[in-house]
Design a binder for this molecule. Structure first.
Ligand SMILES: [Zn+2]
Length: 299
C-alpha cells in the first residue's frame, strides 16, 4: 500500500490530435485525494469526464471517453503515464477534441509529470483485486485475469506477419521506477497501406512519421526503433492506459493475446462485473455483512 499522489504544480504541453489533426493542448492540474483522473475540455467546463468505464465510449484505433454530448479522444497514452507512475489525482484540462499525440508514446507525459513533481497525499491507495479468474475471448484475441498480488503482472503476446514485428511476447511487472524506461518510450505503430482508408474514415489525420512507427510491407519508414520489441511494449502501454479506467490500481496477473482497445475495454468491464457480481453465500455475522455491504456500495 502506498499514499495517493498528485502533481506539485500545474504543467502544460502542446501538440496535435492523432485522429483529428487539430492543434491540442493539455494542462495537468493538482487535485485533492480521491478525486481520481478527470478530464475536462476547456470549451465544455460544465461537463467533466471522469476516466472510468462509464465514460468509455469508442475504441476505434484509440480510446475515446464521452459524457453527455462531450467527448475526448486518444486518452490511453496519458492514462498509461499516470497509471504507470502512480499519479492518482489529477484534473486533465484539454483544449481541442483530443489529447495531443506528441511522439506517439507516453514518454513526453512522463517527463512532464516528473518536471511537475509528485506530492504524497493524506490518504492511501486502495488496490483492486478481483476475487475470481476472468477471461474474454473474441476470435483469436484472448485476455485472462487471475487474482494474486502484490502488484500487476502483464504478459502480452502479438503476432503480425511482418519481418520487423512477427511474434513478440513481453512480461512486465508494473513498477513506477521501470515504467519510464521500459514501457513509456514505446510508440504507437501502424501500416502505411492503412493510412488512406483511416483518413477517409476521419482517423489518423494528425498521424505522421514523427508520432508513430510506420511500417510498409517489408520495412520501417519512420527511422530506427527504440526497442527491438517496441510493438509489444506499446501494446502493454495501451493496456495499462485502458485499465486505468478501473479507477484504482489492479492487482493480479493478466495475459493478453492479439488484443486491442476494444477487447481491453471489454475485459476491463468483465473485471468490474466480476467484482460487483452478487454474492451467493451469505453468512450471518457482522464482519461478513459489512464486507458484502461494502462491495455493493462500489457497484
Ligand atoms: Zn497506443
Amino acid at each position: 500500500m502506498r499514499q495517493q499522489s498528485t502533481l506539485r504544480t500545474t504543467v502544460s504541453i502542446d501538440g496535435v490530435g492523432l485522429h483529428s489533426g487539430h492543434p491540442a493542448r493539455a494542462h495537468f492540474h493538482p487535485a485533492p485525494v480521491n478525486h481520481g483522473l478527470v478530464f475536462v475540455r476547456r470549451e465544455h467546463a460544465e461537463q467533466p469526464i471522469p476516466a472510468d468505464l462509464d465514460s468509455a465510449a469508442t475504441f476505434d484505433y484509440a480510446t475515446t471517453l464521452r459524457r453527455g454530448s462531450v467527448s475526448i479522444g486518444t486518452v490511453e497514452h496519458v492514462l498509461a503515464a499516470a497509471a504507470g507512475l502512480g499519479l492518482d489525482n489529477c484534473l486533465i484540462e484539454i483544449e481541442g477534441p483530443e489529447v495531443p499525440i506528441l511522439d506517439g508514446s507516453a514518454l513526453p507525459f512522463v517527463r512532464l509529470f516528473h518536471a511537475a513533481g509528485f506530492e504524497r497525499q493524506e490518504a492511501m491507495v486502495k488496490p483492486l483485486e478481483i476475487p475470481s479468474a476472468v477471461e474474454v475471448l473474441r476470435e483469436d484475441k484472448r485476455m485472462s485475469y487471475e487474482p494474486g498480488g502484490p502488484g500487476l503482472t502483464i504478459t502480452y503476446e502479438i503476432d503480425f506477419n511482418h519481418p520487423f514485428v512477427g511474434q513478440q511476447e513481453l512480461t512486465y511487472v508494473l513498477r513506477a521506477e521501470e515504467f519510464a524506461s521500459r514501457i513509456a518510450p514505446a510508440r504507437t505503430f501502424g501500416f502505411a497501406r492503412d493510412v488512406a482508408e483511416l483518413r477517409a474514415r476521419g482517423l489518423a489525420r494528425g498521424g505522421s512519421l514523427h508520432n508513430a512507427v510506420v511500417l510498409d510491407d517489408t520495412g520501417i519508414l519512420s527511422g530506427p526503433l527504440r526497442f527491438r520489441d517496441e510493438f509489444v511494449r506499446h501494446k502493454v502501454l495501451d493496456l495499462i492506459g485502458d485499465l486505468a479506467l478501473l479507477g484504482r490500481p489492479l492487482q493480479g496477473r493478466i495475459r493478453a493475446r492479439k488484443a486491442g482497445h476494444a477487447v481491453h475495454i471489454e475485459f476491463a468491464r468483465a473485471l468490474h462485473d466480476a467484482l460487483t457480481a452478487p454474492v451467493v453465500e451469505v453468512e450471518e455475522n457482522e464482519s461478513e455483512r459489512f464486507r458484502l455491504g461494502d462491495r455493493r456500495r462500489r457497484s
